[in-house]
Design a protein around this ligand. Structure first.
Ligand SMILES: NC(=O)c1ccc[n+]([C@@H]2O[C@H](COP(=O)([O-])OP(=O)(O)OC[C@H]3O[C@@H](n4cnc5c(N)ncnc54)[C@H](O)[C@@H]3O)[C@@H](O)[C@H]2O)c1
Length: 334
């Protein structure tokens, strides 16, 4: 397999490149990344791979990369991904996540859809909007899209573009909607590394006022393995949910990070909610379990502990990134 991993220098993309290079060393893996503030080649040091710096929205550069490496499989992780940044700069989200995704599909169409085994698009639980905290039914693959934020809406738009290219032009697609990921190499703007890196330095950690809002958590390795199984045996044209059922409130996350680091609860600081803050997402992942036998392997307690330790041990990776973050998560309470 010759696989193009867009967003391959980002959090999940770099974990995927590392996973693929380790598990399928005979394949050619090409990381294709624009290297925005969130992209970091340091995340791929020591991992055998090819690298192309490019925008998914640049059809010529994307086609050249696909031709040069005789790409037969694409996994599209490239996106603007941070909800807080989407509030200050929504346009770039629609540009990359909708128009960029469409143009990447167009590059494939121009080369010829029959030359591709699969175009796998990575989406999120957030396209469905949010659930009541006491809802009993999770989202399933037939739930209606009802995004509430610019990030969610732009991801939803990208999903529609991918499905349109499948129905209209025969692009051999699959899509995953995944729960919240955690693990090593996640940019320190996101909640778990934000809490961990601040607590390591004995700084306050900011909890949005709706401290009981919940998220479902998955280790990035489990997500990567799910995508590999879908590329191997998933049905073309299908959407699969990738979740764990491991829900935690924001307060529970803060407590778990502090406990893992042996830091006091007094570091928790309540800050105003961000606008449009979703209450809860939860995915029904019975389809991928029944069809492909996928199940998460990393338990949340162990995975979180290892992740927090990784941030303790890798200051030189995350410290320079702090000043690249486009949003100061603590600005509201300075
Ligand atoms: N992190 C999560 O919890 C989560 C959950 C479900 C789905 N997802 C999806 O998974 C994907 C990866 O998320 P992540 O957390 O790794 O994000 P990330 O922000 O860490 O990485 C995104 C990468 O995409 C690159 N990029 C941005 N715009 C680009 C463009 N126009 N062309 C090429 N590259 C570009 C960036 O440089 C960066 O390396 C995204 O599509 C996201 O929506 C993430």
């Amino acid at each position: 397999m010759n696989i193009l991993v867009t967003g391959g220098a980002g959090f999940i993309g770099s974990n995927f490149v590392r996973w693929w290079a380790r598990e399928r060393p005979r394949d050619t893996v090409v990381a294709y990344d624009l290297l925005t503030y969130a992209g970091n080649r340091e995340s791929l040091v020591g991992v055998p791979h090819e690298f192309v710096q490019g925008d998914i929205g640049d059809i010529d550069v994307a086609m050249n990369a696909m031709r040069e490496y005789e790409i037969d499989t694409i996994v599209n992780f490239a996106a603007e991904s941070h909800n807080s940044y989407a509030i200050t700069n929504p346009g770039v989200f629609f540009q990359t996540n909708v128009v960029g995704t469409q143009r990447l599909c167009e590059a494939v169409r121009r080369i010829g859809v029959d030359k591709f085994h699969r175009f796998h698009h990575v989406s999120t639980c957030e396209v469905y909007g949010d659930l009541d905290l006491d809802a009993t039914e999770p989202f399933n693959e037939s739930s209606p899209y009802a995004p509430r934020t610019p990030y969610n809406a732009s991801k939803a738009g990208g999903d529609h573009a991918v499905r349109a290219y499948s129905e209209t032009f025969g692009l051999p697609i699959s899509i995953t909607n995944c729960a919240n990921n955690y693990g090593p190499f996640q940019f320190p703007e996101k909640v778990i590394p934000l809490f961990a890196t601040r607590a390591i330095d004995d700084l306050d950690i900011p909890l949005y006022a709706s401290t009981q809002n919940r998220r479902e958590w998955i280790h990035a390795d489990d997500h990567c393995r799910a995508i590999a199984m879908i590329l191997d045996n998933g049905r073309v044209g299908e959407t699969y949910h990738v979740g764990t059922g491991e829900e935690r409130s924001i307060e529970e996350i803060a407590d778990a990070v502090l406990a893992a680091l042996g830091k006091p609860a007094s570091l928790k600081k309540i800050v105003p909610d961000r606008p449009g803050h979703d209450r809860r997402y939860l995915l029904d992942h019975s389809k991928i379990k029944a069809e492909l036998g996928w199940e998460p392997l990393v338990g949340f307690k162990d995975g979180l502990g290892e992740t927090v330790q990784w941030y303790e041990a890798n200051r030189e990776w995350w410290e320079p990134l702090k000043e690249r973050a486009p949003v100061d998560e603590t600005a509201a309470w300075k």
